[in-house]
Ligand binder design. Structure first.
Ligand code: NDP
Length: 287
């Protein structure tokens, strides 16, 4: 079997088109142009690329975007004061603090992220939004897992009743993915570094989501024939070479559908962020 390649750009274009329609609807219904504020602390080059990308996508879709650049030496209190200012600014609808934070304030990450107004929390990391997702009333959902689910829907891949296996249990990917797939009636298993006989578990998956951060870890013998494989991993193995958590070439021979890296899930994340900015704006209008 040679798998169908689930190209991120195809689905990202559809998600962005929906977002552009959402921007137009907010304008005509309420006269509002949604606005995103991205806060970046320090000079991490990868973070700068991500922030530029978000800014560019906002511009493309007619979303206002401001980038708040804070020095590497910023204190926790300075960052919290900036978040408070953005929380109180009625012209700002979405707030995102680009991670990772500099080493000196990294230990305060939770306190800093929890300071964001839950209705402006476009990353979906605030405990309020986590709770909403877990109780089956999702509001703002983390962009990467939300993008994976959206892609499955757009690709016409059935979820209801399927066995889904997720490798990784982070708050950003694995755990929200569990709740999203479970809410769509998949039977979901979440694996992590303590899982015994991982290949035996992954071979049961109709839908396999790899989000562990280990280059090419998932090999063909770990995948059931005909499975749908979503590779969330982004691993830099050389200055200009990114690979996923899945051995793409070998697994393509076994799976029925697979996402490439690069060019897969990564593109969906930014597109879903745009949808979250629109959703956040609507939530604030209803507040
Ligand atoms: P984390 O490091 O937070 O979590 C990794 C998870 O994988 C942990 O739960 C860990 O288990 C599990 N794990 C690690 N090794 C093994 C193993 N040998 N067997 C089974 N489970 C294992 O990573 P993230 O969730 O933040 O990210 C995962 C990957 O996805 C990374 O490559 C990251 O770059 C990428 N990513 C991509 C995004 C995109 O836009 N496409 C967005 C976010 C992340 P344990 O909990 O026991 O330690």
């Amino acid at each position: 079997m040679t798998a169908r390649i689930l190209e991120g750009k195809v689905f990202a274009a559809q998600i962005k088109e929906e977002a552009a329609n959402g921007v137009a609807a907010l304008k005509s219904e309420f006269g509002i142009t949604p606005s995103l504020a991205v806060v970046i602390v320090g000079d991490n080059p990868a973070s700068k690329v991500y922030v530029r990308n978000k800014h560019k996508t906002c511009e493309e879709l007619g979303i206002n975007s401001i980038v708040v650049e804070m020095p590497e030496t910023s204190t926790k209190d300075e960052l919290i004061a900036k978040i408070d200012e953005l929380n109180n600014d009625r012209t700002i609808n979405g707030i995102l603090v680009q991670l990772p934070l500099p080493a000196a304030i990294k230990s305060h990450e939770e306190e800093i992220l929890n300071r964001i107004d839950p209705l402006k929390d476009v990353d979906g990391f605030h405990p309020y939004n986590v709770g909403k997702l877990v109780t089956g009333d999702p509001a703002l959902v983390p962009c990467t897992p939300a993008g994976c689910l959206k892609m499955l829907d757009l690709a016409g891949i059935e979820i209801d009743g399927k066995r889904a296996v997720i490798i990784g249990r982070s708050n950003i990917v694995g755990k929200p993915m569990l709740h999203l797939l479970m809410s769509r009636h998949a039977t979901v298993t979440v694996c992590h570094s303590h899982t015994h006989d991982l290949p035996a578990v992954t071979r049961e998956a109709d839908i396999l989501v790899a989000a562990m951060g280990k280059p090419k870890f998932v090999t063909a013998d770990m995948v059931k024939s005909g499975a749908v494989v979503i590779d969330v991993g982004i691993n830099r193995i050389a200055p200009k070479k990114l690979v996923g958590d899945v051995d793409f070439e070998a697994v393509s021979e076994v799976a029925s559908a697979i996402t490439p890296v690069p060019g897969g899930v990564g593109l969906l994340t930014v597109a879903m962020l745009m949808q979250n900015v629109i959703k956040a704006t609507r939530l604030q209008v209803q507040r």
